[in-house]
Design a binder for this molecule. Structure first.
Ligand SMILES: [Zn+2]
Length: 374
């Protein structure tokens, strides 16, 4: 039986830099933190890998490394001017090229490695080597525009992987489901006018980037109807996420009929994430994984790739990621999430659940009117 592949590389944990206290640049009246700076630090990712080792799940997965994405791979998305500037600054002493995108010396190579993990995961799944695959990519990618890095993202990992697979004639139609709590604005911008890549982003309304991710952005030209934004107001919990999945995400996938599904897998919708105000739990991520696997089975022979994006709770990200990987691999290991009891009692009451359902029902009418859902 085919295994679930898990792509990672210790060097991705060595990416870092910048002087932030949470999202506030240090300086003036903002005192530097004692430990670390940016919320995008290695620990959430490293602790997920550590938990897989300690629980024994790592032994059931195919643990793999990958080649760095090539210049040709990067250049399909990013213009030479941007890559040269990034490489030049990285070869010197590092720095920052966009908004909240700090990197150290050698950050260019680590970012290309992060994209390489996603590329290898996608190509291997398309080649039928593994049942499905997870790439523990860092730095993340979904906010990155072709020539402007943004929100900790320096290269557009998922589009780089998709374009490499299309260039190798391994795939034609790809669906990207982005459940990171922030809007997948980079992926959206890159595929806005394309009808061969469906982009879906489920996010906290107006969190990051601000004024981005409205339902009215449906794609342009040939891409019309192929971009789906599902902004949920702060406070949405398990029920709202699952209802949005059943009502909007799954019907859109069914309508589009992809050859493979790629998930931009952020865990920052967690109820204890410092950068969002949502109430998802590991149970939410487990259930969304069950549903997306079922969709992949029905539509594309089970072909499913997850690329790690955000998630800033050092405590909770490992348990959310573990739940996803237990599900992807069909493991009998089932860890207790220590945050789960709190999650259960932190969900919106019936009155507020009704509010989210009504909103999602309104969104359904909108997406039917633009033919994203038939
Ligand atoms: Zn995020």
């Amino acid at each position: 039986m085919l295994k679930t592949a898990f792509f990672w590389n210790e060097r991705c944990f060595w990416h870092g830099g910048g002087h932030y206290a949470s999202i506030a640049p240090v300086g003036g009246m903002v005192q530097p933190l004692a430990a670390g700076g940016s919320p995008e630090n290695p620990e959430t990712k490293r602790r997920l890998k550590s938990l897989l080792d300690v629980s024994g799940l790592a032994k059931e997965l195919e643990m793999l490394d990958a080649e760095t994405a090539s210049y040709e791979d990067l250049n399909r998305i990013h213009p030479a001017s941007y890559l040269e500037e990034f490489k030049g600054m990285s070869d010197a002493n590092g720095g920052e090229l966009g908004l909240r995108t700090p990197f150290l010396k050698g950050g260019y190579e680590i970012s290309a490695l992060s994209a390489g993990l996603v590329k290898a995961a996608l190509l291997d799944v398309l080649d039928g080597k593994y049942k499905n695959a997870y790439a523990l990519s860092r730095p993340p990618g979904h906010h990155c525009l072709p020539d402007y890095p943004n929100g900790f993202c320096l290269l557009a990992n998922i589009p780089i992987a998709i374009e490499a697979a299309i260039a190798a004639k391994k795939v034609q139609r790809v669906a990207v489901v982005d459940w990171d709590v922030h809007h997948g604005n980079g992926t959206e911008a890159i595929y806005l006018e394309r009808d061969d890549v469906l982009t879906i982003s489920l996010h906290q309304e107006n969190n990051y980037p601000p004024d981005s991710g409205a339902i009215e952005t449906i794609g342009e030209g040939d891409g019309r109807g192929h971009n789906m934004n599902i902004p949920l107001p702060p406070g949405a919990g398990h029920d709202a996420y699952i209802y949005a999945f059943d009502t909007l995400v799954l019907p859109a996938l069914e309508n589009f009929k992809p050859d493979v599904i790629v998930v931009a897998c952020g865990f920052d919708a967690s109820l204890i994430d410092p950068l969002s105000r949502m109430l998802a739990s590991s149970y939410t991520f487990r259930e969304m994984t069950i549903k997306i696997m079922q969709a992949a089975d029905d539509l594309c022979d089970g072909k499913l790739v997850m690329a790690h994006e955000g998630g800033y709770s050092e405590v909770h990200v490992p348990f959310c990621g573990h739940a996803v990987l237990e599900t992807m691999s069909g493991s009998k290991i089932c860890l207790d999430d220590p945050i789960e009891p709190r999650a259960k009692y932190s969900q919106p009451n019936a009155r507020f659940s009704g509010y989210y359902r009504d909103l999602i029902d309104e969104y359904l009418e909108h997406f039917k009117s633009v033919n994203t859902i038939s």
